[in-house]
Design a protein around this ligand. Structure first.
Ligand code: C2E
Ligand code: MG
Ligand code: MG
Ligand code: MG
Length: 283
């Protein structure tokens, strides 16, 4: 099933590339109104302890529920939002909404938020995070910002400096999609990441004694030696879970555990993970 999904991803990507400049512009324009109309929705995918499967946190994944197009996936609209600069507004909304929600959860449940390159241009991002920490009173150590290697690649020195200031305040950083870039290992030196997320393409190809098994094993051991927490993404099969448990991976995320959940279902997971937790009132 995983191979099949992989192929679908590529097909979707091709279609996206085929979209005309005109339809991309149309989408870009629509997005602003869509945010005001509340068409963007956050989903939350559980991240669990690899051995006990206890809930450790959620990754925030944005969806666009479009009145006529239906469900638009972030792979399709995030690149357009980046192009048009709208990602700054959307990204700020995502951060604030996710942090506000997470502030109502017990302390041991973290919230991971994806950050894209364009969002980090200029000095706005640091202020957005700082303001959201102040207004939501979320402990900075419970916020995990997920950035890919390409994000760092595109940063100016002042951009990196502002991320490091957030890091000093206690905000956590995860290196997302690890292994898909070109210079992954050297990037572990340029920024003090707390966590490494091993890309699902490696997890998919781990079986049959393939080379990915050795790669994942080496990455896990490297990350551990560098004092980083390890997460494997895209776990779909019990065999993958077993292999990762055996190799000492810290945390697991994937359809085998749970798909990304709408808010109400995520709250239910939180409630189940904690006896003392009380559901916040829904708006
Ligand atoms: P990502 O950050 O690497 O997120 C993981 C993606 O893998 C998500 O796709 C998730 O639904 C999917 N996934 C999780 N478990 C499995 C599994 O077991 N099997 C398979 N086949 N897929 C799995 P999604 O939600 O479509 O997001 C795609 C990408 O879009 C994300 O990759 C991230 O780069 C970007 N994205 C999503 N939400 C946001 C956001 O709020 N802000 C920004 N800047 N980017 C976002
Ligand atoms: Mg991510
Ligand atoms: Mg990822
Ligand atoms: Mg990804």
């Amino acid at each position: 099933a995983s191979k099949q999904d992989g192929r679908n991803c590529w097909r979707r990507f091709d279609r996206q590339m085929d979209e005309t400049a005109q339809s991309r512009r149309a989408l870009a324009t629509e997005m602003k109104a869509a945010l005001k109309r509340g068409e963007f929705r956050l989903f939350y995918q559980p991240i669990v302890h690899a051995k006990t499967l206890e809930l450790r946190g959620f990754e925030t994944l944005v969806r666009w529920i479009h009145p006529t197009r239906g469900f638009v996936s972030p792979g399709d609209f995030i690149p357009i939002a980046e192009e048009s600069g709208f990602i700054r507004d959307l990204g700020a909304w995502i951060l604030e909404t996710a942090m506000e929600e997470a502030a109502t959860w017990p302390d041991h449940i973290n919230i991971a938020v994806n950050v894209s390159p364009m969002q980090l241009r200029g000095s706005e991002f640091e202020r957005t995070v700082t303001d959201a920490l102040a207004s939501t009173r979320l402990a900075p150590t419970r916020l995990e910002l997920e950035i890919t290697e390409s994000v760092l690649l595109e940063q100016s020195d002042s951009g990196i400096a502002s991320l490091k200031r957030l890091r000093t305040r206690g905000v956590r950083f995860s290196l997302d999609d690890f292994g898909t870039g070109f210079s992954s290992l050297s990037y572990l030196r340029t920024f003090p990441f707390n966590k490494v997320k091993i890309d699902r393409s490696f997890v998919n190809d781990m079986g049959d004694g393939g080379s990915c098994y050795a790669i994942v094993k080496a990455v896990l051991s490297l990350a551990r030696d560098m004092g980083m927490v390890t997460v494997a993404e895209g776990i779909e099969l019990p065999g993958q879970l077993a292999a990762l448990q055996q190799m000492g991976c810290d945390q697991i995320q994937g359809f085998l555990i749970s798909k990304p959940l709408p808010l109400e279902d995520a709250r239910e997971q939180v409630a189940q993970a904690s006896d003392t937790y009380r559901l916040p009132r829904t708006a």
